[in-house]
Design a protein around this ligand. Structure first.
Ligand code: ADP
Length: 311
């Protein structure tokens, strides 16, 4: 078992310089030292901000509970954005149960180093980083307290050569603990959060908690996805309501946040996840993939808003 010990990521040649050459903006918060900041803190903040500044939009995928399909949704959002022609990164900060490597067929790969830091893995054009890549064995259990988790997430953001991206999708562990808190605190101006739930009432309380968490931290809630909503017949594709449906929709309405879409239970989602192929790529023509593309349509609509503001 991995006991509490700070994570040391392999460093690229330029990873520790702290130089910020992302833009020439002298007004940039990374251009000058804040009062009370030590040399090291200043260098780290510059490195973090210069990385993040090259990523136009960062979204975190949250859920109140585990097992509701949060990683599945995060992987498919990333794949759908990539299919829509965007430069996409996917960061898995689920330190205790990183499932993104499996879902993208990247188990057991070795990461390389570049002049600008640790190189993310490539999943058919999506830049991917996960703690799972750094664990010596997939069965390894990570036992870390809050500050150590925060340090690891900071390194994921700061020391990985993400390059220029249109979207970074961050898969966070369930709940409102250290990892989502670190992500929301470390990324200034985070674009927002997508919250995944299942339709049942028991999930409702947890979704409300996730929404309240975002509101407290000033993170915009981009919307709620209701996953495992009805069953999609593998033969005819018809969706039947085997359990209750509409819980996520009701919560979104009640808490006045957008509803992004309902994804049915579909055995092909399990199969594609286990085989390491994003469903939205492997079954692009299916009605469920169309639902997933509908979810990212709401995200893409944000581009129009922010790009108009930039002009
Ligand atoms: P979480 O990240 O919330 O823990 P995962 O995305 O890892 O959940 O999903 C848990 C399991 O449920 C995985 O085996 C996944 O393939 C499966 N799953 C997720 N969404 C669906 C769905 N809509 N239909 C069928 N299986 C699903």
């Amino acid at each position: 078992m991995k006991q509490e010990k700070p994570m040391t990521m392999p460093q690229g040649e330029g990873a520790s310089t702290g130089a910020c050459d992302a833009c020439g903006n002298k007004e940039c918060s990374a251009a000058s030292r804040r009062g009370g900041e030590t040399d090291r803190e200043f260098a780290e903040r510059r490195r973090l901000e210069s990385r993040l500044c090259r990523i136009r939009r960062k979204i975190v995928v949250l859920s109140g509970k585990g097992g509701v399909g949060k990683s599945t949704v995060a992987v498919n959002i990333a794949a759908a954005l990539h299919a829509a022609g965007r430069r996409v990164g996917l960061l898995d900060v689920d330190i205790h149960g990183p499932s993104v490597p499996t879902m993208l067929g990247l188990e057991g790969i070795t990461l390389g180093n570049g002049p600008d830091g640790l190189l993310p893995a490539d999943a058919g054009g999506i830049a991917v980083m996960s703690l799972g890549f750094l664990l010596p064995h997939p069965d390894e259990a990570v036992i870390w307290r809050g500050p150590l988790k925060m340090g690891a997430i900071k390194q994921f953001l700061m020391d990985v050569a993400w390059g220029d991206l249109d979207w970074l999708v961050i898969d966070s562990p369930p709940g409102t603990g250290d990892e989502p808190l670190s992500v929301c605190q470390l990324i200034p101006g985070i674009t927002g959060a997508v919250i995944v739930t299942t339709p049942q009432k028991v999930a409702a309380v947890d979704v409300r908690k996730s929404i309240t968490f975002c509101r407290r931290l000033g993170v915009p809630v981009l919307g709620v996805v209701e996953n495992m909503s009805g069953f999609a017949c593998p033969k005819c594709g018809e969706v039947s309501a085997i359990f209750s449906r509409g819980g996520g929709h009701g919560i979104a309405e009640g808490m006045k946040v957008p509803f992004l879409g309902a994804i049915p239970i579909d055995p092909a989602i399990v199969a594609s996840g286990d085989e390491g192929r994003p469903y939205v790529r492997a079954f692009a023509a299916s009605p469920t993939a169309a639902v997933m593309r509908g979810i990212i349509a709401s995200l893409l609509a944000l581009e129009a808003g922010t790009d108009a503001k930039r002009k």
